[in-house]
Design a protein around this ligand. Structure first.
Ligand code: ATP
Length: 367
């Protein structure tokens, strides 16, 4: 039986200027029970709209949303077994932490003893056991966000909807909360639908990611698959950095394809999905290019270029390399501490090597 299923959902908004915005354009998505699913996409792509439609704060214009095969059409938000955690978590400032967390239970008329027990459990769960008597202003931003989580979890929803809940936190706190949230989801066994525009956050936490753009799901897959095998150019560029070379397969030797591109006469790629004559986009991640050839396995392919800029980012150098015809390739190069020979100045000519196995090929749009 399917769990939370969205089928061909459409939602358009009329703008005051008389235009029409297709916030959801034929979205279908199957959310599994107990999974951590992330909706990832740029600002304005429709993530929040989808979350609101699942929550019941907005209605879809066409399509269907079902929970365990029961339609949610006409079911008001407060009757859906879902709860939402917003970016702006707005705790009641003059209520204690316990009363903030217990608020929903009070409204539901849960008896005092059970209420107190559930509040204590929820606070323990988010690592705030013993903080119940404090007021929100006596907690840090990260702790307040955890109170907001406890406030939702205490109601035992089937699905927790989270709309950019970590975006107000600083980087360190965010990273800590990412791990905690993932662990929490695992331990409570509640389905999480998490919205973010931050690809690192999505890769770090999710069981599966739905990449959304222009109101459409571009790809739905596990993080490693999204990164290693992006379905199209949008996903390849939005999740991580990609070097994309367009070309045509001109020769084939088993899995080894020779691709003729505009910039570099011929590049190699390993794939069994394409054959001679196919038009392809060759996707190469910056960390898969090296300044010296590999010593074993399939022979490396090589790209020649001139360094335009080298950017020190601490753990590695990011080299911007002009590879001809106005194209710049980005290379992530690990350097050895204190090694003067490792300095790569703009103007340096070099060869970039990569294994054909590191390449991901996408059918060229219209190809
Ligand atoms: P962000 O990350 O910036 O929150 P998002 O991906 O969540 O973006 P949505 O809030 O879902 O995007 O908005 C999708 C599109 O619909 C945007 O173009 C937005 O301007 C538009 N939109 C959203 N709500 C309304 C509304 N009530 N009236 C008109 N247009 C709206």
């Amino acid at each position: 039986m399917s769990f939370l299923k969205i089928t061909s959902a459409h939602k358009a908004y009329r703008t005051p200027e008389g235009g029409l915005i297709r916030a959801l354009d034929d979205v279908s998505l199957n959310v599994r029970n107990n999974e951590f699913l992330t909706l990832l996409g740029p600002s304005g792509c429709g993530k929040t709209t989808l979350l609101k439609c699942i929550a019941g704060f907005e209605d879809i214009d066409a399509g269907e949303i079902t929970l365990e095969e029961q339609s949610l059409k006409g079911v008001p938000a407060h009757r859906r077994p879902f709860n939402t955690v917003f970016q702006n978590y707005a705790l009641f400032p003059h209520l204690s932490i316990s009363d903030n967390v217990g608020y929903g239970l009070d409204v539901a008329g849960v008896r005092k003893r059970e209420r107190n027990q559930r509040v204590d459990e929820a606070l323990e769960l988010v690592g705030l056991g013993g903080f119940g008597a404090r007021e929100p202003k006596q907690l840090s931003g990260g702790q307040q966000q955890r109170v907001a989580l406890a406030r939702s979890l205490v109601l035992k929803p089937r699905v927790l909807l989270l709309d950019e809940p970590l975006s107000a936190l600083d980087r360190k706190m965010r990273e800590t909360m990412q791990i905690e949230l993932k662990n929490l989801q695992h331990s409570v066994g509640i389905t999480f639908v998490f919205v973010t525009h931050d690809q690192e956050e999505a890769l770090a936490m999710s069981d599966r990611i739905a990449v959304v753009a222009h109101g459409k799901v571009q790809q739905l897959a596990a993080p490693a698959e999204i990164y290693d095998e992006p379905a199209n150019e949008f996903v390849a560029n939005f999740v991580g950095t990609s070097n994309i070379f367009s070309g045509k397969v001109v020769a084939q030797d088993g899995r080894l394809l020779t691709i003729e591109t505009a910039n570099q006469r011929q590049l190699l790629a390993a794939s069994h999905r394409f054959t001679t004559g196919d038009r392809v986009d060759l996707v190469l991640r910056p960390e898969h290019m090296r300044l010296s050839p590999g010593s074993n396995g399939v022979p490396d392919s090589c790209i020649e270029g001139t360094v335009e800029a080298s950017v020190f980012v601490g753990s590695e150098m990011h080299l911007h390399v002009n590879v001809g015809k106005g194209r710049t390739a980005i290379v992530h190069h690990r350097h050895n501490r204190g090694d003067e020979n490792e300095r790569i100045e703009p103007g340096t000519e070099l060869k970039l090597y990569y294994s054909p196995n590191a390449v991901h090929l996408i059918a060229a749009a219209g190809g």
